[in-house]
Design a protein around this ligand. Structure first.
Ligand code: NAD
Length: 476
């Protein structure tokens, strides 16, 4: 059994939980300890005691630790990528790619540790010097979702440690395997004991302790809107800092002048790969009428050629849905779409494969309107809708008519429309001739409106959340 990691030791939890391979539900991937609230509290106490020492560590110490973690992740990307595919269901190339990305993120923040900087300014008063520096917050609580089980923990843990914080990390219930493997690498990285702690367990138990414990000075959360709102209310109630990354209903606009083949590929990649289980997935395909029919025909032809199967099988394009309750949610939205009058132009069927798993063929709705529930609510599965519009202005208005604002995209060969879209898309990320999902690891990631709250993650912008600013005055 894989145990929790607290104060440099592996400790059994109050109970244990199996994680199941969604490609083959007869396969138990592993058995993982589940902490109770008392064990979570103990981990927070340990982190609190270790925080001050790590805040005083040198940039070289931080670089060495983060670089060692990144090196091991990259060296073991094939093995860990396979573990990821087994517990989450994305295909092996996607699992390996995500693990490599986690390694690159640690390498990036290793470099950032050497570039910690502040400002020295002249005071408005004679003889006085002013210095502005960034300091660690203290204990950071990290709560992550199941859909990127190694990359999202990496992009929260790496900056937390880089800027001198101690960490209590709770992975999502469905995917403890990647969280545990990452913790095991961190345990061997030379980090002083107590600075990083892994506490697996339920959100309502371990997560709740992280949110309410006054020793946790910052909570960085990625997950659903409903949980995010609870995180916000609880942290605000005790004046702890928090950062939220939540859902999306991301638009991809395709204009008449787009390269058809490239637009079809961009839409299919963005909407359906990783089984559509990405917060940045293109779930609303907004297509101008001159290209609409050719685009729909092209997407259907491409979907017909996609292989949906066991995540580790050869040549597979789309793995299974993550579990039975997410599958039930996807099927319910497919039913809702049909009852709203949308045309199910492709897929949306349960599939039988050699192993019993949660297989769903990618579903494409056409003849939809932006007011339908399937275009307003996040489905979080391999389901996308086509919305027909007259021209660019209507496309932009529809793209922005949503509660969310994470990613957005346009396929066009017009510099004028591409430029206008980048200026006016109400989203944290805007893509031109690229899928809405798929981003670099060294630049900010995050959204606007209902998708995100607080400062951006990733890149050097991450410092904003993981530090607090001190201004010092000296009369020499
Ligand atoms: P979720 O909100 O159900 O769970 C997220 C995490 O919160 C899990 O670790 C869970 O155990 C924990 N949690 C649950 N209840 C809690 C509580 N009361 N207190 C503290 N923690 C609690 O989300 P999920 O189903 O794991 O993930 C899917 C969601 O994540 C989707 O909405 C998706 O859009 C979103 N997501 C967003 C981004 C982004 O960067 N914007 C990235 C990936 C996923």
């Amino acid at each position: 059994m894989k145990k929790n990691y607290i104060d440099g030791q592996y400790i059994e939890g109050a109970t244990a939980r199996e994680n199941i391979n969604p490609s083959d539900i007869s396969e138990v991937v592993g058995l993982y300890s589940q902490a109770d609230a008392a064990q979570a509290r103990a981990a927070i106490d340990v982190a609190h005691s270790a925080a001050e020492g790590w805040a005083k560590s040198t940039p070289q110490q931080r670089f060495d630790v983060l670089d060692a973690i990144g090196t091991e992740l990259l060296a073991r990307k094939a093995e860990l990528g396979e573990l990821l595919s087994r517990e989450e269901g994305k295909t092996l190339p996607e699992g390996i790619g995500e693990t490599a990305r986690a390694g690159q993120i640690f390498k990036f923040f290793a470099g950032e540790a050497l570039r910690l900087k502040g400002d020295k300014l002249a005071s408005v008063r004679p003889g006085v010097d002013v210095e502005v520096v960034r300091e660690a917050l203290g204990v950071i609580g990290i709560i992550t979702p199941w859909n990127f089980p190694i990359a999202i923990p990496a992009w929260k843990i790496a900056p937390a440690l880089c800027y001198g914080n101690a960490v209590v990390f709770k992975p999502a219930d469905l995917v403890p395997g990647c969280g545990w493997a990452l913790a095991d690498i961190i345990a061997r990285s030379g980090l002083p004991k107590g600075v990083f702690n892994l506490v697996m367990g339920r959100g309502s138990v371990v997560g709740e302790e992280i949110l309410t414990n006054r020793k946790v000075r910052g909570v960085t959360f990625t997950g659903s809107v409903a949980t995010g709102q609870h995180v916000a209310a609880t942290c605000a109630g005790r004046l702890a800092k928090f950062q939220l990354e939540m859902g999306g209903k991301n638009p991809l606009v395709v204009l008449d002048d787009a390269d058809l083949d490239s637009a079809v590929e961009t839409a299919v990649q963005g909407a359906f790969f990783s089984t559509g289980q990405r917060c940045t997935a293109s779930s609303r395909l907004i297509i101008t009428e001159g290209i609409h029919d050719r685009f729909v025909a092209g997407v259907i032809k491409r979907l017909e050629g996609l292989k949906v199967d066991h995540a580790l099988s050869d040549g597979v394009h789309i793995g299974p849905v993550v579990d039975d309750s997410q599958l039930a949610q996807d099927l319910e939205y497919i039913r809702v779409g049909q009852s709203e009058g949308a045309k199910l132009a492709f897929g949306g069927q349960l599939l039988e494969r050699a192993t019993k798993g949660f297989y769903l063929s990618p579903a494409l709705f056409t003849e939809t309107s932006n007011s339908m529930r399937i275009n307003r609510e996040e489905i979080f599965g391999p389901v996308a809708s086509v919305i027909r519009v007259k021209g660019y202005e209507e496309a932009l208005a529809v793209a922005n008519d949503t509660e969310f604002g994470l990613s957005s995209g346009i396929c066009t060969t017009s510099l004028k429309y591409a430029t206008d879209f980048k200026r006016n898309a109400k989203a944290g990320m805007a893509m031109v001739n690229l899928p809405t999902a798929g981003v670099d690891y060294h630049v900010p990631f995050g959204g606007t409106k209902g998708s995100s709250f607080g400062s951006r993650e990733q890149g050097s912008y991450a410092a904003e959340f993981f530090t607090t600013v001190k201004t010092s005055y000296t009369l020499a």
